[in-house]
Design a protein around this ligand. Structure first.
Ligand SMILES: Nc1ncnc2c1ncn2[C@@H]1O[C@H](COP(=O)(O)OP(=O)(O)OP(=O)(O)O)[C@@H](O)[C@H]1O
Ligand SMILES: [Mg+2]
Length: 263
C-alpha cells in the first residue's frame, strides 16, 4: 500500500493566545490535487506554510513519506525543502532582483548548476507560463497576472515533486483567472506533481482541485470531489459553496451586528 507523500496528524498552531489551527488531519497522496477552501482568515495560508514547514506547527506531526519532519536530519530536511515549490499569496518576489534572478533563485543559491544552464531553465519555465523576454524586468514593472506567472515559474523551476499554490488567481481578471487555472491543471498533468492549493475562488477550485478540503474552525471539516461538495446537503458546506449569507457560518455583518437587509 502506498504511503502519503505528506501527512498531517493532529496539527495545531496558535499565535499568542489565538488558536488558528486546532486539529488538522490530512493525507496527501502522490499525484493528488487538493484545494483548501474556507472562510477568509480561517488559516488556509497558514496551513500551506505549515505543510512547507516554513512555519513550524505547535503540536501534532507533519510526516514526509512517513517521517516526522521535526525529527529528520539536516540532509533529509534539505531534501524535503527541495521537494517543495511554493507560490505565495502575496507573490513574495524579491523586489531588488530581476525576473531571471527571482525565478532562478533556488537553483542559484542551493545548487552548483552553472549560471547559464539555470538561465536557460528560467527562460523555459517562463515560456511554460506564457511569458517571453521579461527576464530583465523587475517585479515593480510587472502586472498582477505577470507576477503570479513569475511566481509559478519560480515555484516549478527546481522541478519540485510537491507544488503548493496559495491563491493562484486572487485579484486577477476573469480571463487571466481562467488561463492561470488551465495552466495549473496543465502543469499538474504534465509534470505529474502532487499539488496542494488554497483559494477563495470557487471557479478556480473547481478547475484545479480533484478534491476540495474545507477548512473551518481550525479543522478539515470535509474533503470530497468538487461535484460532491457542490451537491452536499450539509448546511455548512452548502452555505459556503454557494456563498449564502444565511446558514451556520457567522459572517462579518452578523458578528458586528450590522443588519442584513438582503434576506
Ligand atoms: N505570523 C503570524 N503571526 C500572527 N498571526 C498570524 C500569522 N500568520 C497568520 N496569522 C493569523 O492567522 C489567521 C489565519 O491567517 P491566514 O492568512 O492563514 O488566513 P487565510 O484563510 O489564508 O485568509 P485569506 O482567505 O484572507 O487569504 C489570521 O487571523 C492571521 O492574522
Ligand atoms: Mg490566505
Amino acid at each position: 500500500m502506498s504511503i502519503p507523500v505528506i501527512e498531517l496528524r493532529h496539527i495545531s498552531k496558535k499565535f499568542v493566545n489565538k488558536t488558528i489551527l486546532k486539529d488538522i488531519n490530512l493525507s496527501i497522496m502522490e499525484g493528488d490535487s487538493i484545494t483548501i477552501i474556507g472562510p477568509g482568515g480561517c488559516g488556509k495560508s497558514l496551513l500551506m506554510k505549515i505543510i512547507a514547514h516554513i512555519v513550524p506547527h505547535d503540536t501534532g506531526e507533519l510526516l514526509f513519506y512517513g517521517k516526522d519532519v521535526k525529527k529528520i536530519n539536516k540532509k533529509e530536511l534539505e531534501e524535503f525543502y527541495l521537494t517543495i515549490g511554493m507560490l505565495f499569496q502575496n507573490y513574495a518576489l524579491f523586489d531588488s532582483l530581476s525576473v531571471r534572478d527571482n525565478v532562478g533563485f533556488y537553483l542559484d543559491y542551493h545548487t552548483k548548476i552553472p549560471h547559464e544552464n539555470i538561465s536557460k531553465k528560467v527562460t523555459n519555465n517562463l515560456r511554460r507560463v506564457s511569458l517571453n523576454n521579461i527576464e530583465h524586468l523587475f517585479p515593480a514593472e510587472l502586472s498582477g497576472g505577470m507576477k503570479k506567472r513569475v511566481g509559478i515559474a519560480r515555484a516549478i523551476n527546481h522541478d519540485p515533486k510537491i507544488l503548493l499554490l496559495d491563491e493562484p488567481t486572487a485579484g486577477l481578471d476573469p480571463i487571466t483567472t481562467d488561463s492561470i487555472s488551465k495552466l495549473i491543471r496543465h502543469i499538474h498533468e504534465e509534470m505529474s506533481v502532487t499539488m496542494v492549493s488554497a483559494t477563495n475562488d470557487m471557479n478556480c477550485a473547481k478547475k484545479i482541485g480533484k478534491k476540495l478540503a474545507m477548512l473551518y474552525e481550525g479543522e478539515i471539516y470535509a474533503i470530497d470531489t468538487p461535484d460532491n461538495m457542490f451537491s452536499s446537503s450539509d448546511p455548512l458546506i452548502h452555505q459556503f459553496m454557494y456563498g449564502k449569507r444565511q446558514g451556520p457560518i457567522q459572517y462579518h455583518e452578523k458578528i458586528s451586528g450590522i443588519q442584513d437587509d438582503s434576506k
